[in-house]
Ligand binder design. Structure first.
Ligand code: SF4
Length: 280
């Protein structure tokens, strides 16, 4: 079986930065907990847990003796303010590109207009971003974009992990709704590169395996793109998901397999999957 790995796959800059910050902090003998999952990858979160780095989901659950690490997706403004007021020791691992989106929402909000954000309204990045302006509308489908009333001016930003083609389609719908559309493409470069790489790879192979967690937004988008280009697409979290007899029999029927991985999938996991497939 020929195995090809997408040109861009696995850990992105924001994830590497967050893990490095935590490593350095722990190496100095300091105790840390994360506010919400640091990143959306279960195996990596399990590793952090094994190193004594717990995830807390509320300020009440926090251990007051430990530093609180802010997740890569950021936290809403009121949480930041509460942490400051209480004098909680924090380590901010919010990805700078997520922060950039927050700043754009804030600036647009200061102008007084309504800010449109394209993305998943329940995703922590969007929950945080929307807190930066008073009048924010989240849209996550073309129908939601079509249902917006006409307006003289519109400003739109994107979730960092959005499907680039989908954002273009939404912008095209909005163009028909306003005389002046301000588009801020806040989809991060790592997301665009990984999407482009799987778009290129998927039509050239018999099957595609996307390595990443089911809770990972950018992994879901890679899957979506791979499925547009290839009929045989699988998502796995770790190599263990390939150990079943049925799945192995299916894989043996392919002459070539392409591998892609979400931005929070470790290079080690991707390598494990590659080695496993080579031995099949
Ligand atoms: S996917 Fe992009 S925005 Fe998200 S953590 Fe990685 S670099 Fe930052």
């Amino acid at each position: 079986m020929k195995i090809s790995v997408a040109e861009q796959a696995g850990f992105c800059f924001g994830v590497k930065r967050a893990l490095k910050l935590i490593d350095e902090f722990q190496r100095r003998g300091k105790q840390i907990q994360t506010f919400g999952p640091l990143i959306h990858n279960i195996p990596v979160l399990n590793e952090l847990q094994a190193r004594g780095i717990a995830t807390v989901s509320s300020l009440r659950a926090m251990d007051a003796h430990k530093t609180l690490c802010i997740r890569t997706h950021g936290v809403p403004r009121d949480i930041e303010r509460r942490l400051r007021r209480r004098g909680v020791s924090t380590l901010d691992a919010t990805c700078p590109l997520v922060k950039k989106g927050q700043r754009i929402v804030e600036q647009l909000g200061r102008g007084g207009g309504r800010v449109l954000i394209v993305g998943d309204r329940d995703h922590p990045e969007i929950v945080a971003a929307r807190s930066y302006a008073r009048h924010v509308k989240i849209i996550n489908s073309l129908d939601e974009a079509r249902a917006l009333p006409r307006s003289r001016e519109m400003s739109v930003v994107a979730q960092t992990t959005l499907n680039t083609d989908f954002f273009k389609e939404v912008a095209a719908v909005l163009m028909e709704k306003t005389e002046r559309l301000h588009v801020f493409n806040t989809i991060c470069q790592a997301t665009q590169d990984r999407q482009e790489a799987v778009r290129k790879l998927a039509p050239k192979v018999d099957a595609v395996i996307v390595v990443g967690s089911r809770i990972s937004s950018n992994t879901k988008k890679l899957l979506q793109i791979a499925r547009e280009k290839n009929r045989n697409v699988l998502q796995i979290e770790t190599c263990d998901d390939l150990r079943g007899k049925r799945i192995q029999a299916r894989l043996k029927g392919f002459r070539s397999v392409g591998l892609s991985a979400g931005a929070s999938t470790s290079p080690r996991e991707l390598e494990n999957v590659k080695r496993f497939l080579q031995k099949l």
